[in-house]
Design a protein around this ligand. Structure first.
Ligand SMILES: [Zn+2]
Ligand SMILES: [Zn+2]
Length: 181
């Protein structure tokens, strides 16, 4: 009789089942002596415990914006984790090119900021709040604003009285502000 296993998703490398193990998550074809796959994801990433649901999403989307990581120095940080074609999980905090100055846009816990904000030679104040009108911006929203100048769809936002309105988010003409369009 086969042992019962908890399957959290499918392996993007080989299509096999990804199962929960004592240390994390592993492709069934990456188990045992004759393994043909190498997908093995540690449950603890950047001192943050991944949930089963997050692993399921990562296996499908391959790329996720997450908060709550902690550096060796004990500082909390946010980043984008990427499941690579070789099965490794990499952190990629740079999410786009700054539309104002061409610098790197990096994710932080409250905003997507231009990395030239403190560069005296080429100072740039461009940033996108991660929460606009109660809408939590997705990675795709932020990338579309930077790359296309506007989100592809209207996002749902909320007024103080709780009423809902929908607008697209885009760049102001000087490419320094995010405006509701
Ligand atoms: Zn696999
Ligand atoms: Zn910039």
């Amino acid at each position: 009789m086969e042992n019962e296993k908890k399957i959290v998703g499918h392996c993007p490398l080989c299509g096999g089942n990804v199962v929960k193990t004592c240390k994390g998550y592993r492709c069934e074809n990456a188990l045992g002596e004759h393994s043909t796959c190498q997908l093995n994801i540690n449950a603890l990433l950047g001192n943050r415990k991944m949930s089963d649901d997050e692993i399921t999403e990562l296996l499908t989307k391959r790329r996720m914006l997450l908060d709550g990581f902690v550096s060796k120095e004990g500082k909390a940080f946010s980043t984008v984790i990427v499941l690579s074609d070789t099965g490794t999980v990499d952190m990629q905090p740079v999410i786009a090119v700054c539309p104002h100055c061409g610098g790197d846009i990096r994710v932080s816990n409250r905003a997507f900021n231009c990395s030239n904000f403190a560069n005296e030679a080429n100072k740039c104040g461009f940033s996108i709040w991660r929460n606009i009108g109660g809408h939590q911006l997705t990675l795709a929203d932020a990338q579309e604003i930077c790359e296309k100048g506007i989100t592809s769809v209207e996002v749902e936002m909320f007024r103080e009285d709780g009423s809902i309105y929908r607008k697209r988010l885009g760049l102001s003409p000087d490419k320094l502000q995010v405006v509701k369009i």
